[in-house]
Design a protein around this ligand. Structure first.
Ligand SMILES: Cc1ncc(COP(=O)(O)O)c(C=O)c1O
Length: 401
């Protein structure tokens, strides 16, 4: 495979690393001692914490971000006769969720500067069968929701958000989670906060929230905690085909503690992101992500693209960084090129997505990254091309690695 990385040097700068501490360990221990380990009071606390933080009335926690997307599409009644417009340059879960509903993902291209779904391409991808449009906030940078909403309005279909990476990001000054009827977040360890595995759907619609609760719990009309309170006396029924997409109280306990640190976690990422920006802007062969609209990224990941005249290919750059102990990864692939998607590819050429899929590299980014670790990563970006020392954007060693 062309993406195979060959370096065997020990990695001293990992790509990502969740922040965990005594408060998380204690919260898990408390849940274990309580005897209530599946979805229960901690899940409700976690949901409240996320809803309050993003500024949405309702949040429904689930087992992972993919489940969140699947349920968001289900409550919009997406089914076999429908198409859903998604970017191809995204994690495969965005498109898979559409297929779980029996619908067809139709792939739109991305903007080469933002890496986010391009409203013009979405407009071209919409047909009379389009049931929804999914905006992905790639690497934490909000997609251009204002322009996407105009396209959604034109085609009379809802715009929803795969906000897996975007907790704490802002668009038009407001946190992601308040712009569309349904926004889906992930708590995978590479995201802003983690619950190990986990996800959540936020919404401003009480009917949608109620249905999400039912669908995550086998389609049952009575929640576990209600059932417990009523000691099983309440008659329950399964009103539609649901799933077991519940989050455990163990996971929610970790998430609830993580939510108390979210501002400092994002602040640390922003500082790192600003330094990467300065170093990458000064680099003759690399380009950073750029956006012309009013958005603030949480810096969930930091991606660069190789310019067309770069003398090194993407795999060679990743290898060169790894030779220096810096974990880098080839960036996103195009979903429509994956073997399990080729058969239902409705848009064979997406030039910007296809180019980015060949030229994007993900750099290490995590809140506890030291100055020394970031300097090693930035130096590696220059040394790999035989370039002289970079501009001094990272202070001299102020931390150990
Ligand atoms: C854009 C995007 N969508 C969806 C997902 C799926 O989230 P999860 O891994 O929690 O199922 C991810 C996670 O990696 C993602 O990056």
């Amino acid at each position: 495979m062309s993406d195979t990385v060959t370096s065997s040097r020990a990695i001293t700068v990992p790509l990502a690393k969740p922040v965990m501490g005594e408060a998380e360990y204690a919260a898990v221990a408390d849940v274990l001692r309580s005897g209530w380990v599946t979805q229960g009071p901690m899940v409700r606390r976690f949901e409240r914490a996320v809803a309050d933080y993003v500024g949405a009335p309702y949040a429904v926690a689930v087992s992972n971000g993919t489940a969140a997307l699947h349920l968001a599409l289900r409550v919009l009644d997406v089914g076999p006769d429908h198409e859903v417009v998604v970017p191809s340059l995204t994690f495969i879960a965005t498109a898979n969720a559409v297929r779980y509903c029996g619908a067809t993902p139709v792939f739109a291209d991305v903007d080469p500067n933002t890496f986010n779904i391009d409203p013009k391409s979405v407009d071209q991808a919409c047909t009379h069968r389009t049931k929804a449009i999914v905006a992905v906030h790639q690497f934490g940078l909000p997609a251009d929701l204002h322009r996407l909403q105009a396209v959604a309005d034109k085609h009379a279909c809802p715009l929803i958000e795969d906000a897996a990476c975007a907790l704490g990001s802002r668009y038009g000054g407001q946190r992601i989670g308040t712009h569309t009827p349904l926004a889906c977040f992930s708590f995978h360890p590479r995201k802003i906060i983690t619950t190990g595995e986990g996800g959540i759907v936020v919404t401003d619609d009480s009917d949608l929230a109620q249905r999400l609760c039912r669908l995550r719990n086998h389609g049952r009309d009575v929640a576990d905690w209600q059932r417990h309170r009523e000691a099983g006396r309440q008659r329950e029924s399964y009103v539609e085909l649901g799933h077991n997409y519940r989050m455990s109280d163990i996971a929610a306990a970790v998430g609830t503690v993580q939510m108390t640190r979210i501002d400092e976690l994002i602040e640390a990422r922003r500082r790192l992101g600003d330094r990467y920006d300065a170093a990458v802007r000064a680099h003759p062969y690399l380009s950073p992500c750029r956006w012309p609209y009013d958005a603030q990224t949480n810096r969930q990941s930091y991606a660069v693209t190789l310019r067309d005249d770069a003398p090194l290919g993407r795999e060679a750059l990743v290898d060169a960084l790894r030779e220096r102990g810096v974990a880098a990864l080839p960036g996103l692939a195009c979903v429509h090129h994956e073997p399990c998607y080729r058969a239902n590819d409705l848009r064979p050429t997406l030039p910007h997505s296809e180019r980015l899929a060949r030229r994007m590299v993900l750099l290490p980014m995590f809140p506890e990254m030291t100055d020394a670790q970031q300097r090693r990563a930035i130096d590696g970006l220059y040394e790999a091309f035989g370039l002289p020392e970079t501009v001094a954007v990272v202070p001299a060693d102020q931390g150990s690695d």
